[in-house]
Ligand binder design. Structure first.
Ligand code: UDP
Length: 236
């Protein structure tokens, strides 16, 4: 299924799909990084869990009318996706205050946002992925102002669907990060949606069921990722 390795990121390897020019194989790794790569560790089983969780979420979104680059899960750690020209933006949607927004703006953790807040970060490791505004995004990437509006409204649609999904399984979707790519002139949801890229809190106990347990050293990453997968499998 795989041909040459095109790129290796922090959490995934990207291969050209053999004999399928417009398609890629994403291979999820067991590595975890935080604080722009300063904290690193390996967790046996993490690649499988994120591949499963991301696959279930992309399938759920597809069933609810939202396409993405995802085609199918291939095996425990790999998925087949459409190749997109990646747009170097991290699109963050926030329902509840946590993480960088509390530090940057002095907003108290757990403050609820309605309407949800969309933030844009410029994907550039050397700069530490700075927060940018719409005009910066148009200047720094190959998208138009209109395409940026499409990206933001797609991100809010994803938020609506994922809020419904996670709410059914007793989880609060605090915030998450999306990435988009282009296939010709179409804007396509890409990358992954997993506990690496979302903040997920148990509705009752507010226990963290996401990468913050690794970032903050407060829990067992594999245990909480397993918990998310079990809850999703019971529902999706
Ligand atoms: N996030 C991500 N990749 C990044 C930065 C953030 O997936 O490189 C996710 C993160 O897991 C959280 C959301 O985006 O769900 C918002 O992150 P935030 O800006 O609060 O940054 P952090 O506190 O994680 O540094």
């Amino acid at each position: 299924m795989k041909a040459e390795l095109l790129y290796e990121g922090k959490a995934k390897k990207v291969y050209q799909a053999k004999g399928q020019p417009g398609k890629l194989v994403l291979s999820y790794k067991n590595d975890a990084t935080a604080f722009n790569g300063e904290k690193k560790a390996t967790f046996v089983g993490k690649g499988r869990l994120n591949n499963e969780i991301s696959s279930r979420i992309f399938e759920y979104l597809r069933d609810h009318g939202m396409e993405s680059h995802f085609i199918e899960q291939l095996n425990e750690t790999e998925q087949l996706v459409n190749k997109t020209e990646i747009i170097p933006l991290e699109v963050v949607v926030r329902n509840i205050a946590a993480g960088s927004i509390t530090r940057r703006l002095g907003i108290e953790e757990k403050t609820h946002f309605y309407p949800p807040i969309v933030e844009l970060f410029y994907k550039k490791d050397e700069l530490g992925d700075p927060l940018i505004n719409d005009e910066h995004a148009v200047l720094l990437t190959n998208i138009t102002a209109l395409e940026l509006q499409q990206i933001k409204s797609k991100a809010l649609e994803v938020n609506q669907e994922l809020n419904k999904l996670f709410s059914k399984v007793g989880v609060q979707l605090v915030d998450f990060k999306l990435e988009f790519g282009k296939i010709k002139d179409d804007i396509v949801l890409s990358d992954e949606i997993s506990p690496d890229t979302c903040r997920l809190w148990d509705k009752e106990t507010e226990d963290k069921l996401d990468k913050d347990v690794f970032r903050q050293g407060t829990g067992d990453l594999i245990e909480v990722y397993e918990e998310i997968l079990h809850r999703l499998e019971a529902k999706v």
